[in-house]
Structures are given as C-alpha cells and as structure tokens.
Design a protein around this ligand. Structure first.
Ligand code: AMP
Length: 392
C-alpha cells in the first residue's frame, strides 16, 4: 500500500483525530448491534497504547444537516466505554465553543467522542471552513471508516488534506490491501460472484472486472435481466427493462474477452413475493411466477466453477435470503466459499449480513465493511477518502 498507515505514525504525546464508522443501528435508545464499534477498537487501542489520545468523529443515520436528538451519539459513547473499559468523554457538538478546549485538555490515554458530524450540513457538502475547525482538534489524522471513503465529505476527504499526516487505520488498511490486490494483482483463476437486487448498481463493476476475472457468476434479482437479454422466459421475476440492452452488451463483451458468464439454469419460483408463498423448482420460469432463488442445479454449476479458483469476490445474495424458503442458494454459495482455500472477499451490505447470519464470517479472508465503497473500489474508481491520505 502506498498510503501511510497507522503503524507508520509516531503517536507518543499526539492527539489523533480519527474518523470512525459508528453508524450503528439503535433500538430504544441503545446500540442494537455493536459490530462497528468493536471493529474500531484495534486502532483506538493502538493509539492509546502508544502514548497518544484520540478524538473520535462519526456520522449516525441521516439527520440531514440538523440536530436530531434521536441520532445523538450518547448510546455509542456508553457502549464504547464498556468495550474499551476506559472513560469516554462525549461532547454535544463537533465544532464550536467547548469543543476545542475539550480537545486541548485531552491527556495521553484520553478518549473524546464528538457529536454526530451530519448535524452540520457542511459535513456532506465537504465544506472547507468546517473541515478546518475539525482539523484543528488533532495533531494527526487516521481514517478507519471505509464505508464512507467513497464520499467527498468534509471529515473524510477534506480534513485529511489539511493535516500534517493522514493515515489509514487498521480496518481501512485491510480493506485497501484485500480490495487493492483483487483489482491490481489477483491470484488466478479469479471469479466474481454478483447478485442482489439490481443490475444497474453493478454494471460498472462487471465492466471493470471483465478485464481481470476468468468467470463472472450472476445470481439474485439481477440475473433475470440477463436471462431476458438471452430471450429466456422470466415470468414476473425482477426485471430492469431499461437495462436489457446493457446486459446484452455485457454478455457480448464477456465473450469477446474470453470470460465465462454463468447464469442460473434452474430456479426456485413462487406464486408471489411472500415468505410462505407456494414455491417449486423449475428450469423454465412459468408465466405469472417469480424467481426468488437459484435452484439446486445452478448451485451445483456455480459451486463447480468455484472449485479451482484462487480468488473470489462476492457481492450480492443469490436470492431473497431474508426469507428462509429462498435462502438456500445464498447459503450454499457461502458454504462453498467458507470451505475454499481461495482468497475470499465479501462485499459489504447484504452479502456480509448473510455470511454473518450463517456464522461463517471468520471463514472468509476478508469481509468488507463498506457496501457502496467496496463497489466503487471494484469499479476501479479512486475513493476520495483514500486519495486524501498521505503517501508513504
Ligand atoms: P443488493 O442491495 O443489490 O445487494 O440487493 C440485496 C437484495 O436483493 C436483498 O434484499 C435480496 O432480497 C434481493 N434479492 C435477491 N434475489 C432476488 C430475487 N430473485 N428477486 C428479488 N429480489 C432479490
């Protein structure tokens, strides 16, 4: 990695302004899932153990530039305090009177948590003045919030440029290493598995990956636009009619590039989009039926293709995995990857949720913490939050 990482910094006596992703689900004023807080602990502890102090900043939800009392970070501060087992001072704003003095009063080992950045519209606008105020709160900058690195927001893309040194935290470093290798120097054979709801979200990913992979495996709702492009019957399955031509074009490009594209050859179809709808397995989707999962022969076809791969990237479930009747395809693929010796990289969002739900997370090489960010990375785009970090 050509960007500075947290391990390269001299932290002794330094105040580190750290962008973290504490955008956690809340329920009844409490943190309902602390995975993201726990994930940031390594970088936070590393700074504290090496003689530094931390000023943490994050967004939470979508307050749209206004104070929303439901989206204050107090429950996060409480949970962080428990996990870190040390006091966390939480402020009621991220800039303004009281914030600078509190930051200046921090001593080595101290932890300060700023209020939700998105209470200020300037955060999402990438405002320079707002960024300057944030930047004044630390001596060094660390970003450990991969999930927002594709956004040119003030705390992500502007603050690091205003500071002496800006480095990737451990989480971000791992993202850059795994995703970077998958783009620049993957071990072959290399397969991409793409699924989920929409083709439109993944067109650019497929286009970019066609230059690198040996096979693209397509399942989930997006597969049906491709099957339509091949003239196959799709019943009432998910279709993006305005993307059929794009799908045709991608199939042609894959063929020209010598890349295998694998599509479902059988399906679990249902009478309607409901968890307990009547369902059956078919090769050809009958009129009026909706395909909600890949079928057993498809599972076999996909699994077979994955057998000899050395690198696999997976983004998007193979079916409506939230409904147990249509989760088998996603489960089967997750198990194949869990038992594989290949480098397995799981895109964030729903795919990560599915793998977690199955208890297979620790069997994967890397689970990305950013859905949108990992897609943009795989599209080959430079993410503003990574570009803004200091070069080594
Ligand atoms: P994405 O956010 O694009 O990764 O899409 C994930 C969503 O796609 C999940 O909520 C799945 O339920 C949904 N999905 C997967 N397969 C299908 C399908 N065959 N029909 C409709 N939705 C699907």
């Amino acid at each position: 990695m050509n960007k500075l990482s947290i391990g390269d910094l001299d932290l002794n006596g330094k105040r580190v302004l750290m962008r973290v992703d504490f955008n956690v689900p809340l329920a009844n004023g409490r943190v309902a899932d602390d995975t993201r807080i726990a994930a940031a602990l390594d970088s936070i502890r590393y700074v504290l153990d090496n003689g530094g102090s931390v000023v943490l900043m994050s967004h939470l939800g979508r307050p749209k530039g206004k104070v929303d009392v439901e989206l204050r970070l107090d429950p996060v501060a409480g949970r962080l305090e428990e996990l870190l087992d040390c006091p966390v001072m939480k402020l009621n704003d991220c800039t303004g009177p009281g914030v600078e003095p509190a930051a200046e009063a921090l001593r080595p080992g101290g932890v300060l948590l700023l209020e939700n950045l998105r209470f200020h519209p300037e955060e999402e606008e990438g405002d320079e003045g707002f960024a300057k105020k944030l930047a004044s709160l630390g001596d060094l900058y660390v970003d450990d919030a991969f999930g927002t690195c594709h956004r040119a927001h003030a705390s992500v893309a502007v603050v690091p440029r205003l500071m002496d040194k800006a480095a990737a935290g451990f989480l971000l470093q791992k993202e850059i290493e795994y995703l970077g290798k998958a783009i620049a120097d993957p071990e072959k054979p290399y397969a991409a598995i793409l699924g989920g709801a929409k083709v439109s979200d993944k067109i650019l990913v497929i286009e970019n990956l066609l230059k690198k992979v040996d096979a693209v495996i397509i399942g989930g709702g997006m597969a049906y636009t491709f099957l339509k492009a091949q003239g196959k019957p799709i019943g009432t399955s998910k279709l993006e009619a305005d993307r059929v031509d794009v799908a045709k074009d991608l199939l042609a490009k894959a063929q020209a590039a010598g890349v295998d594209i694998l599509l479902p050859i059988d399906h679990v179809v249902a009478e309607k989009f409901e968890p307990d709808a009547t369902s059956r397995v078919v090769d050809d989707i009958p009129n009026g039926w909706i395909a909600l999962d890949i079928g057993p022969r498809t599972i076999e076809l996909f699994s077979d293709k994955l057998k000899d791969t050395r690198t696999v990237i997976w983004n998007g479930p193979m079916g409506v995995f939230e409904m147990p009747a249509f989760a088998k395809g996603t489960e089967a693929i997750a198990k194949v990857l869990a038992n594989s010796d290949a480098t397995t990289i799981i895109g964030g969002g729903d795919t990560a949720a599915a793998v977690n739900q199955l208890g297979l997370a620790d069997k994967m090489s890397h689970i990305s913490t950013g859905g949108g960010a990992s897609l943009e990375f795989l599209e080959g785009k430079e993410l503003p939050g990574i570009a803004a970090l200091s070069d080594k």
